[in-house]
Design a protein around this ligand. Sequence first.
Ligand code: B3K
Ligand code: ZN
Length: 871
Amino acid sequence: PKAIHLADYRPPEWLVDKVELDFALHPSQTRVTARLALRRNPEGTTGAPVVLEGDGLTLVRLAIDGKPLVGPSFEATPARLTLAHPPADTFVLEVETLVDPTANTQLMGLYRTSGNYCTQCEPEGFRRITYYPDRPDVLSVFTTRIEADKAEAPILLGNGNLVESGDIPGTARHFAIWHDPWPKPSYLFALVGGKLAKVADSFVTASGRKVELGIYVEEGKEARAGYAMDALKRSMRWDEEAFGREYDLDVFNIVAVSDFNMGAMENKGLNVFNDKYVLATPETATDADYSGIEGVIAHEYFHNWTGNRITCRDWFQLCLKEGLTVFRDQEFSSDQRSRPVKRIADVRMLKAAQFTEDSGPLAHPVRPETYREINNFYTATVYEKGAEVVRMLKTLLGEDGFRKGMDLYFERHDGDAATIEDFVAAFADAAGRDLTQFALWYAQSGTPLLNVSGSYDKEAGTFRLDVTQSVPPTPGQGDKKPMLIPLALGLVGPDGRDMPLTLGNTPVEHGVIEVKEAAQSFLFTGLEARPVPSLNRGFSAPVNLVSDLTEADRVFLAAHDGDPFNRFDSLQRIALELLKTCARSGTLPAPDALITATGAVVADTALDAAFKAQALALPGESEVARELGSDVNPDAVYAARKALRIAVGTALAADFARTYESAGAGGAFAPDAASAGRRALRNLALDYLAVTGAAEGIARAKVQFEAADNMTDRFAALAVLAQHDVPEREAALDAFYRRFESDALVIDKWFVLQAQIASEGTLDRVKGLMLHPAFSLSNPNRVRSLIGAFAATNPTQFNRADGAGHAFVADTVLSLDGKNPQVAARLLASFKTFRQLEPVRRASAEAALRRVAQTPGLSADVSDIATRSLG
Ligand code: B3K
Ligand code: ZN
């Protein structure tokens, strides 16, 4: 496929004032009749033809203003419908197509899942249903009539409000008509038909609108939707309070399906969810699952304003809705849970996914300027870095300035298909500030590198911070300009308290300085003692920061910093230096400082358990690898991490044992943040207590595995056992399988754990599990759990020195590509860090990528990832 460029954007030639859709659902021959009220766009090209997108469509019939159309007046291919000479500047085009939902294994367009019908249209799935100007800047009012066999699909759902429903006399069929009054692009269209059970509730908005809420699940799973419903109502209230945004229809429905390419989809009034992000009970879902449900429910709900009421002009602007909506869901979860702990978790994820992406061949700007396959741009950069950019705006403008900018954005652009320029202009205008340099965050890819050093002048009572910045080269971008970096900081005095932060004579507002130049110095005054600078507090900017802080400075900050994020980060940094040295040299330097600092955190009764759990978890293997940057041997990284875990676990064994006992299991399971934090800390202690594989630790894990009354504790114990080559491992895995055999979402966890075992037998185990009756290449959750987890979270085995791990993943990508290109492409993207590897492994990864790239008949999705990875 050829590249599409942002610079080539042109307004649509034809607009659609309204759409009437009529679906006659049938497993293999669903008849779709679309009536499009077309109108020539006055801003378009004079005399432009009507060109509608299709994808694999079969045309049955065409009519204009009720008159059948024949012969050379149109041209229809599976990919396009062209009317070279439209009869007038406004007319109604009636198009009938036939689609086969059962054969739709890509899960884009209309497809079947567990016998039910559902749709996924973002970004380009609607064209697999009917011919349409399938682009986000064509907004229209949709009315959808759905007709189906009553027995096969007793439930029929569409966007908006239900206007009519009933039986079709003399047949076994019935129908429903849904009308969505809000103009929307085709990617927000959805329908669902099938046998589903409804969990009902309601919500009254701030201005008194009563909204019927429905969560539809497979029959028998109703009891598992309670937490999702609760999260939905909390999200609706929060958006009113935090952003002044109310819901705008009488109905809000969510449908949970078991075959879904991603997490969920924000279709107007009819969200469709991967059931992983809806269903939870204490026995089947972990605390991480609960917080994932809360976050995704909120995210999709928040899209109603940031995405649906204001949508994107084109797909290059994807971060306009995604980055902003991730920021909104992160803020929601911070308010519902612990803000510092949420920030730590988000930054861990940002570094693991986005920094990694940004430092490899798939790096791209938050707003890309070119793409071949848009599905490959639903990335950590667009989502997570996109959210960081919004967070930086808030840091720069302050709480009030940010809210004013958001209000202005909603006021100006409600009903629009907008751009990043529109978004940034709202903040610039609201705050009266030039944000030109700031906007580089959308355009320049790569993670900026800040180099910071400090010098204290005792005589003058000043502390000078010298800062240099650079952005490394990334694909297509050699030279970069300096960025505007909001750097939150504090100067911590010898007593552990913040000293005054004054530049010259001016106090620094909100503790944030603005780094703008390639090299810049900041002179802080009025300091009676040498401070330790606490830099990039709260991770105010998504940068790599190198400083001249010593290990002793970090130990000090880990104990005293007023910023909880930097207490966490100081420990991580101490650990990272040890891990890097060990991975390079094979010898672990004395970890005394880390052990002391860690022990102090364990013992600090003022800290909450969830924070401790985050602070005590060592940086992951992927972070160590990224920090090493080149010539990485994943076995050495693994060994280093293991050695450090053993050192910490052994030295602090008594503390961990005390933590384990005192954090006790106690009481009935509740998914709230405080309870989850206690479980997280206790399970981290369990992990350290078992790290050597000594009998006592293993026995403790076995007891917990068997006695647990909730999935969090049971799964944590199983995860500990799975890391050790002991007989208890296989016994526990078997018992777990038998207990949860009928529960696909739990069996996914069972796949994940086995795929993550860092030992030589794992590849054969994974191959064997592909033949297991519970596995299927057709289900994205299964593929991600087994093969995805292996490729993305088992660096030693995926990157086996003999190349067998790489070859296996490449083979799987190739066998999946014909079925589901999106999932195949995402799996192939696991190779994105291959250039970091030492030469032997790098060569085997490259060979695997080349073999994929050279295979004839690849999907656009896989071929794009393969080409860019090798580029
Ligand atoms: N907007 C959808 C993503 C659709 C992805 C298509 N490949 C989910 C979300 O971000 O809310
Ligand atoms: Zn989203």
